[in-house]
Design a protein around this ligand. Structure first.
Ligand code: SAM
Ligand code: SF4
Ligand code: F3S
Length: 443
């Protein structure tokens, strides 16, 4: 039988990147080879996202383009995996008959065999389980990442926060922490294989281990951070995402001991107004959030803090939006992931009648982005002339002989350096900056 080819296209967040890495490993174990060329693949795996309508539209337009080749030679077949597959996947084969496997993020373990079977026998596999606690996980570890120096590890699945705008708890299911042993074994294996930087992933990493209470002796995120950070030859350890409600001082204690835990925190605020925060079900006030920022900065003076923010949440009036603007001006985040609110069917916020018109949401997005761009520009400019340790990890997308790396605080730095230096940590003097990255010279 001829060798079978698969390709993988990842949409959405780092959790999908991690899931794609494990699917890649599982398909290779079954003797399949990966190709970059979707059109020549026997099966194209789409690891999809549902967080906003735009994310889903992107996938739909990609799916549409396979009509002609499917009608001509019945390939490639598409495996729809991930959050969008969980939300609307079962409907897709009716419209796009080349979608032959559908499985949400909790059913990853069943996907490789379903793909093989579908290719051999032509069957349609719609794999689902309504129980939000049920998981059929892939037991294999993630395959080497696109970047051999860095890897992700998901430490907890799902989310129990139910922010009123968010689809994630419905598609990813309940919050379930992976066992510390499993995570440590995976991290050690990655480091032995040459990985130098690990990022621990979860929708709310700070609640890691809370579901162990009463089942095993207490073991929390701070314990996991300490244990993973002590793996020999691991140069950098990062984590994301932190929920402000659960960012406890024991995490700051572990981080402030220095070592390889990077002083960079992504702390989504989502809104600057107490009324909007309450209606989002975020469970903290603006004052509590600001107090936490103060505690983080006191404990980690060099820290960089990034955030996520939604503009145009239902009912958000102009004054409430301006409270987001003033919060940005007060905190001065290093970077912000901003988005216009996108109604997600089935979430409480989507059912509200006081939706903000699309044009107004877009206007607010432009305004907040202008404010943040200026702040990022000023912060980055203040780094010019200073020297930082940069882990060079890949070729820059533009520019000859340029390598791209990151400071411990997660700032992107472009440096003229030979390819062989990729994977090493070097001292770099920052020579120029833009709101999005720094340029520097090797010392
Ligand atoms: N767990 C993280 C947290 O607590 O903020 C965020 C995870 S979510 C997958 C990533 C980001 O998408 C959120 O921080 C939020 O800003 C954005 N997001 C989620 N739902 C959204 C919606 N309905 N419309 C616009 N942006 C949304
Ligand atoms: Fe969504 Fe809120 Fe969970 Fe983040 S914490 S994934 S925003 S429900
Ligand atoms: Fe998207 Fe699912 Fe991540 S909705 S942002 S891929 S958790």
């Amino acid at each position: 039988m001829s060798e079978k080819l698969f390709s993988i296209k990842v949409f959405g967040c780092q959790m999908n990147v991690y899931d794609a890495g494990r699917l890649r490993a599982a398909m290779s174990e079954r003797g399949w080879r990966e190709t970059e060329n979707i059109d020549e693949s026997d099966c194209a795996i789409f690891v999809t996202c549902s967080v906003r309508d735009k994310a889903e539209q992107k996938v739909l337009s990609e799916l549409g383009r396979f009509k002609a080749s499917w009608e001509r030679n019945k390939r490639p077949r598409i495996a729809m995996i991930g959050c969008m597959a969980e939300r609307v996947g079962a409907e897709l084969p009716k419209k796009f008959p080349w979608v032959r496997v559908v499985a949400g993020p909790r059913q990853l373990g069943a996907v490789p065999d379903a793909i093989v079977d579908s290719c051999e026998n032509g069957g349609l596999h719609i794999i689902s389980n309504e129980d939000p606690n049920a998981r059929c996980d892939l037991s294999c570890a993630t395959a080497p990442h696109d970047n051999p120096h860095k890897a992700y590890i998901t430490i907890a699945h799902g989310c129990d926060q139910f922010c009123s705008y968010c689809i994630v708890p419905y598609v990813r299911g309940r919050f379930i922490s992976r066992s510390p042993d499993e995570i440590l074994v995976e991290a050690e294996r990655l480091v032995k294989g040459g990985v130098k930087e690990i990022t621990l992933l979860g929708q709310n990493v700070n609640t890691y281990g809370r579901d162990f209470d009463g089942v095993r002796s207490p073991y929390r995120f701070a314990d996991l951070l300490r244990d993973v950070s002590s793996i020999k030859n691991l140069l950098r350890l990062r984590f994301t995402t932190s929920h402000p409600v659960d960012f406890s001082d024991d995490i700051l204690d572990v981080m402030s001991r220095g070592g390889n835990i990077c002083p960079s925190v992504n702390l989504p605020v989502q809104a600057g107004s107490d009324k909007v925060l309450r209606e989002m079900n975020r469970r903290y006030t603006r004052a509590e959030y600001l107090a936490l920022i103060g505690r983080i900065r006191d404990a980690l003076p060099e820290v960089s803090i990034t955030t996520d923010l939604i503009v145009g949440f239902p009912g958000e009036n102009e004054d409430e939006f301006e409270e987001s603007v003033s919060l940005f001006e007060e905190v001065r985040f290093d970077l912000a992931h901003t988005a216009a609110y996108s109604p997600r069917e089935g979430t409480p916020a989507a059912a509200r009648e006081d939706q903000i018109p699309g044009r107004e949401r877009a206007r607010r997005l432009v305004r907040i982005n202008e404010i943040q761009t200026n702040i990022s520009r000023e912060i980055n400019r203040s780094m010019e002339g200073r020297i930082f340790e940069v882990m060079l990890d890949e070729a820059a997308q533009k520019g000859e002989c340029l390598l791209q790396g990151r400071t411990a605080t997660d700032k992107v730095v472009l440096v003229k350096a030979p390819q062989e230096m990729s994977g090493s940590i070097c001292n770099v003097r920052v020579t120029s900056s833009s709101p999005w990255c720094l340029e520097g010279e090797l010392l």
